[in-house]
Design a protein around this ligand. Structure first.
Ligand code: LMR
Length: 342
């Protein structure tokens, strides 16, 4: 793990040099100029609640960077789509109106279809396998793949497995999905997944999901236990299927112009604080999802069904068309590497 961060740091420092040499970089910090030293303001925008793993890790990063830099940096965290929704936050980052975002990997499909890997049904064997994949060759390659679009991937912040909820009926077998409509985050893999189950789908920004479930625009959605709890979906859903059929994991991104405006020392500190915040996030993700599952069970608001091994096999079989259609689009080597990570 330590080695991964060393490699990342060397790579990011090298990128800064390359951008400077090619004239792509921004001005050196005006806030570092003469007179009073203004702190460098880093805006971190995200769409989930403050109490989530992502929300807490963003605050951790703020605490670390502000204290370790002796006030050189000021990090402003904007949760719950306060500043920008899903699509807008990506545009805002590219325009350098915010300097950090952490969208779910799926939402980067427009820049690199391989990010949809996280949506491939039943792909990773465990949380540990996913973490290992993200920290390995292919996960790091994905982080670097956004550089031509003016974005730098700094870290993977996994959230965890996702599960189905809906308002109509218990979903135990693939055939139970027929005729229902589900919200998707973005990208073709998720549409194909629901199509394979005989269901419809509609892409909606995270901030719009509660109302869409409430007014019946969609019947159901898929998410982590923690998002299901913190978004209060149990108020507008009746059933939850513990399926763990895919994942919701985040990519922490910064803007290349902003990055290049930092000194090597500042970059080093940034990466160091990001590493610490990442360790914190990964530990918290598991803890908070387990806690949310218990809270959802205890609330009595949802009828909960957990897939048996036999049900699971039926879903794996039913969702095979997703692999037929998307393996080549994502890249066979990515799928195989994910499968072979233990
Ligand atoms: C979703 O859109 O459901 C999630 O990606 C939201 C998030 O950031 O966890």
């Amino acid at each position: 793990m330590k080695k991964v961060w060393q490699i990342l740091l060397v790579g990011l420092l090298a990128l800064g040099l390359a951008l400077t040499a090619s004239g792509c970089g921004g001005e050196k910090k005006s806030s570092q100029g003469t007179g009073e030293k203004e702190p460098i303001v880093v805006k971190f925008s995200h769409v989930v609640a403050e109490s989530t793993p992502k929300g807490q890790a963003a605050l951790k990063f703020k605490e670390l960077l502000e204290s370790k830099s002796n006030g050189q940096f000021k990090v402003e965290v904007y949760p719950s789509s306060q500043l920008y929704g899903d699509k807008e936050e990506l545009e805002a980052l590219r325009a350098n109106n915010v300097q950090l975002i952490a969208p779910s990997a799926t939402k980067l499909v427009g820049f690199n279809p391989a990010f949809q890997l996280v949506d491939m049904p039943f792909l990773f064997e465990s949380d540990e396998a996913a973490y290992k994949f993200y920290d390995g060759e292919y996960g790091q390659k994905l982080l670097r793949s956004l550089e031509p679009q003016g974005m730098l991937g700094l870290a993977w912040w996994p959230n965890g497995s996702k599960h189905f909820t809906n308002s109509k009926r218990p979903l135990k077998r693939p055939e139970d999905f027929k005729g229902l409509k589900f919200r998707t985050q973005s990208g073709g893999v998720l549409d194909e997944q629901f199509k394979a189950l005989g269901a419809g789908s509609q892409t909606l920004a995270f901030g719009e999901v509660y109302v869409a479930l409430q007014n019946g625009t969609v019947d159901g959605q898929e998410n982590t236990f923690n998002n299901i709890e913190t978004q209060k979906y149990a108020e507008v859903q009746k059933y939850m299927t513990v399926s763990g059929h895919g994942r919701i994991d985040y990519v922490v991104l910064t803007n290349t112009t902003f990055w290049n405006s930092l000194t090597d020392e500042q970059k080093k500190l940034f990466v160091e604080c990001m590493k610490e915040a990442t360790d914190f996030e990964r530990q918290l993700a598991d803890e908070l999802n387990q806690k949310s599952f218990e809270n959802l069970k205890n609330s009595g608001k949802l009828q909960i069904y957990t897939l048996t091994e036999e049900d699971r096999k039926a879903f794996v079989e039913a969702m095979k068309p997703v692999y037929d259609k998307y393996t080549d689009k994502i890249g066979k080597e990515y799928i195989e590497a994910a499968r072979n990570t233990k």
